[in-house]
Design a protein around this ligand. Structure first.
Ligand code: ADP
Ligand code: ADP
Length: 234
């Protein structure tokens, strides 16, 4: 059973009198433990697709099912719960709260779940260790580099241990060393913990991490390739 299943998904944006179809009949099944790389040029519909996969938006036509459940049948509060428990977002605008330090920003989604504070703090310590920011716990976002901020956002997105991680252009504004570090880290999560990683990018370099590559163009899937390098390890 696919974890996420898109059936004849259309997304039509309405701009006054004008309609624009950003996604045109997408059919896609995503299985647990996949490292999916969605590739396509600017304007091809990648972000639109990502917002649907993250239950942040609804299709104009067709269905998006998460764990066999049609997301359009969920209420806004049910969707919030699904997003909080199931999905870690690594998006371009990190949305770190500027008045909270590194530790507090990572702690935020956990407190939302009303976890025991002591356990939550230990988890934050562990996560900041993983992303290499143990020495930046008390820094505000403004006192961190872009790459460090991105790593805080990654730690925060992992804080609730989501089974699915969605990353929109994760290497977009990072130096190549930090980008490699983050991708290797996500690769490790997929390989050792069986997490489902879905990355949207126009960076061909990232296909080396993929178990499958989805090529999207003008709102349609052009082709899907199983990545030969990772095929055997699956
Ligand atoms: P990508 O992420 O691949 O660059 P997007 O999903 O952001 O592509 O956009 C796909 C197409 O949909 C583009 O042509 C874009 O102009 C259009 N589009 C995106 N969002 C909107 C919107 N809110 N209203 C109208 N058109 C939009
Ligand atoms: P982008 O810069 O790619 O457009 P957004 O500003 O839409 O990204 O989202 C940034 C962050 O905000 C994401 O990490 C996501 O977790 C969160 N987010 C955005 N919209 C929502 C929403 N409706 N519900 C919950 N979280 C959201």
């Amino acid at each position: 059973v696919p974890l996420i299943k898109l059936t004849d998904v259309w997304k039509i944006y309405q701009m006054g009198e004008v309609e624009f179809a950003a996604l045109k009949g997408i059919n896609l099944e995503i299985y647990e433990g996949e490292f999916l790389v969605i590739l396509g040029p600017s304007g091809s519909g990648k972000s639109t697709l990502m917002n649907l996969l993250g239950c942040l938006d609804m299709p104009s036509k067709g269905t998006v099912c998460l764990n066999s459940k049609d997301i359009s049948e969920l209420s806004e509060s049910e969707l919030t719960v699904v997003r909080g428990k199931m999905i870690g977002f690594i998006f371009q605008s990190f949305n770190l709260l500027p008045t909270l330090n590194t530790e507090e920003n990572v702690l935020l989604p956990m407190e939302f779940q009303e976890e025991n504070r002591q356990i939550a703090r230990q988890k934050v310590s562990y996560l900041l260790d993983i992303v290499g920011l143990s020495n930046k716990k008390k820094n505000l976002p403004s006192q961190l580099s872009g790459g460090q901020r991105q790593r805080v956002a990654i730690a925060r997105s992992l804080a609730v241990n989501p089974p699915i991680i969605l990353a929109d252009e994760p290497t977009g504004n990072l130096d190549s060393k930090t980008g490699d570090y983050i991708l290797d880290f996500l690769d490790g999560l997929q390989k050792s913990e069986g997490k489902t990683i879905i990355i949207v990018t126009h960076d061909l370099e990232l296909v080396k991490y993929a178990t499958r590559i989805v090529y999207i163009r003008d709102g349609e899937i052009e082709k899907i390739e199983t990545h030969p390098k990772n095929e055997q390890s699956m």
